[in-house]
Design a protein around this ligand. Sequence first.
Ligand code: AKG
Ligand code: FE2
Length: 240
Amino acid sequence: MYFNKFKKPENEEVKEESGRGKQSIDLGNGSEVIYIQRFIGFEKSWEFFDYLNKHIPWIRPTIRVFGRQCLQPRDTCYVASPGLPELVYSGYKPHANSWDDFPPIKDLLDMVLEALPGSKFNSLLLNKYKGGNDNVGWHADDEKLYGPTPEIASVSFGCEREFLLKKRPMKSSQERRLDDEPTSKRLKKSSRFDQHSFILKHGSLLVMKGYTQRDWLHSVPKRAKAEATRINLTFRHVVV
Ligand SMILES: O=C(O)CCC(=O)C(=O)O
Ligand SMILES: [Fe+2]
């Protein structure tokens, strides 16, 4: 389920297609999100959930946030093809597990590739949210190893959680450029509050494309009422 809580920006285009509830959301300036609500059937999705919950070697790592060591507020696991540059985020270097150790994950990858012809993925970050306190704060997956326009395909199972996107604050150089424009135009641009919200359903697929990681931040905030476990997989392509 996708909705814009605020005003509909002029350049936003939401296309709805029949069947699996596919929506394409044009965020403007070369950023795009695709959301397929019913990507995998209900029962099949619970089979994936049970497998992942049981068989993935989940770890809750210590990460560095603003110079402080703290426990990451969710469990995680990393899977990657051999020979890729190592992933490092928040001062943490996850161990790269092998695709071959988790056959159902390869099946999921095949399903994602079938839905996104022409896309490539060679790594996967899994997250497990054990209740409403587990979360991911505002961030972008803009690590250099993903290149300038990463495509990230995110599959969700279990408890529904809200996924938020908000436009990154403008760099001062961009603001200076806006200063050259008439005030009316400038106010319109700078006061438009761009935020998008998705309730990520059991068995859904959300894809972030184009410049989404450069121009937008995303998060899965804490939710007191989300007591059940949610498992999320983000397929990514590390450029070699
Ligand atoms: O759990 C989600 O839906 C998002 C996870 C995420 O943003 C990440 O792993 O980088
Ligand atoms: Fe992310």
